[in-house]
Write a protein that binds this ligand. Structure first.
Ligand code: Z5A
Length: 213
């Protein structure tokens, strides 16, 4: 049985991940590749419950930075072990809305948690499990938050100081620059141009990797 491939869409809020996921899905459909989609944090009943608990807290109590990190990894391993890995083992591809790079960028870059802590937890929980490709939508956070505001009230995480998102973006750029497993898209362009860029670059990647199917 040939294994499926794990492709992840990453970027700040308002970067257009929903649109990017649809473009990747359309390409896979055109090549008759079977796939499922996931989102993080979440994607299973337990992981979704952890997402809500983390986002909303209980009353006035919210997670500390380290508790947040552990909850994100609890949700992630639940999703990987029960949904993602079994699908890949059956030859089904997985298109994820966020995965571990979000933690490296938001909790590492944004919150400033140490590389030692992040690396030790990541290694303990995920081992060498990682996506074969990450499509990173790069966007100035001021534009992304304006777009997100257009959809309604910002949630607790989205209400962080703008510097938090600048640090997060800087970490994303460090992680994706010169990374052969990442495609970087300028998400500040028009929706049409962003969509065209994703399609072109993803199709090129697919063609290169198709022989491995
Ligand atoms: N988080 C974390 O801290 N650590 C982790 O490990 C993980 C996550 C996994 C998840 O929230 C939060 O969790 C997120 C990171 C953190 N926090 N923040 N802040 P979520 O799942 O609720 O939200 P999101 O992942 O950030 O999704 P989003 O806000 O929906 O972003 P998006 O999917 O990229 O946005 P969109 O819905 O595709 O687009 C937003 C709007 O912009 C929409 O109206 C589009 O039509 C519009 N748009 C998109 N592209 C364009 C262009 N090119 N031009 C004009 N308008 C556009």
């Amino acid at each position: 049985m040939i294994k499926g491939k794990f492709i992840v869409i990453e970027g700040l809020e308002g970067a257009g991940k929903t649109n990017a996921q649809q473009i990747v899905m359309a390409s896979l459909q055109a090549h008759n590749i079977e796939f499922i989609t996931t989102r993080e944090p979440g994607g299973t009943p337990i992981a979704e419950a952890l997402r809500n608990l983390w986002k909303e807290g209980i009353g006035d109590e919210h997670t500390t930075d380290k508790a947040e990190l552990l909850m994100l990894y609890a949700a992630r391993t639940q999703l990987v072990e029960t949904i993602i890995q079994p699908a890949l083992d059956k030859g089904i591809w997985v298109v994820g809305d966020r995965h571990d790079m979000s933690t490296q960028a938001y909790q590492g870059g944004g919150r400033g948690l140490s590389d030692d802590l992040l690396t030790s937890i990541k290694t303990a929980i995920l081992g060498d499990f990682e996506p074969v490709l990450t499509v990173y939508l790069d966007l100035d956070p001021t534009i992304g938050l304006e777009r997100a505001k257009g959809r309604g009230e910002l949630d607790r995480i989205e209400q962080q100081h703008i510097d938090f998102f600048h640090r997060t973006r800087t970490r994303y750029l460090q992680l994706t620059e010169h990374n052969p497993k990442a495609i970087v898209i300028n998400a500040a362009q028009s929706l049409e141009q962003v969509s065209a860029d994703i399609k072109t670059k993803f199709e090129a990647w697919l063609q290169e990797n198709h022989s491995m199917l």
